[in-house]
Design a protein around this ligand. Sequence first.
Ligand SMILES: CC(C)(COP(=O)(O)OP(=O)(O)OC[C@H]1O[C@@H](n2cnc3c(N)ncnc32)[C@H](O)[C@@H]1OP(=O)(O)O)[C@@H](O)C(=O)NCCC(=O)NCCS
Length: 256
Amino acid sequence: MIHSVISSTAIFAASDIEATLTYYKDVLGFESTWTWGDPPVFGSASKGGVTITFNLQPELAKNIRGHQHGVRVDDIDQLYQYHKSTGAVIVSKLEDKPWGVREYILEDLNGYHLRFSGPMASDVPKSKPLPNEVAILRRKPTMDEYTAVAGPAFHHNDPNPEILEHTWGGVIAQLPDGQTIGVARIMCDAPGWYSMWDVAVVPEWQAHRIGSEMIKAAVELIREASPSAIIHLFTYKHGFYERLGFTKESVSVLRL
Ligand SMILES: CC(C)(COP(=O)(O)OP(=O)(O)OC[C@H]1O[C@@H](n2cnc3c(N)ncnc32)[C@H](O)[C@@H]1OP(=O)(O)O)[C@@H](O)C(=O)NCCC(=O)NCCS
């Protein structure tokens, strides 16, 4: 038997590719798009690890209203607030479901129902104290460390080597045997302006305060270089960062 199945991508029927991609970017917060054809007959929108492609099929698109597509999300409450703020059409409000997820449904401009689901608030684990054997080191991750830890978390499976060359500083978490289990990158965007990127802890070591300690060390590192620095980050995990003193500047930007 040949096992060559790798991944799957939804292909939605659309009545207008450009209008659909604009809507997915401006209203649903998807980040990157490409199109094929002039005028486009095919296109794609991505967010995190999710990609949806669109095929120009106006007749089919007239009849798909209510067809559901599931999207798994980490911080469902933040994304819900974002979609409310951009005017997305919510057809089923956010709530905990008896089957153990927290979810809401919105309708896109073609009529597809996107069903976003995430963990229930009661599922966010209470963290244990930082284990003694974990060292928090103030240095940039190497490319191997970055790829091993941040790669799976952010779908950077083949990162551009320049990403670390342009990185100002960083923090890593390491075990006594040298294994790196956490990474965080700091960019200096302009004098006095810094941002944090790719903060990640490997799944088996999450909820041990490693993420928190890396952020504290990163903030110290920045403050030593620039005591009144403004620090930004882009996230949908507000709960984690707000515990560390960050405040919301916009739906996805926090500031310290
Ligand atoms: C987010 C992440 C970095 C947190 O690191 P961690 O070491 O697991 O978190 P900590 O143990 O330091 O958590 C500290 C507190 O934040 C809370 N917390 C952690 N993740 C949270 C989340 N997603 N939402 C709300 N609260 C969260 C913990 O419950 C804990 O709260 P408590 O003080 O009430 O016990 C880690 O879970 C991770 O790598 N996730 C995948 C990558 C990612 O999404 N990174 C963030 C990118 S912006």
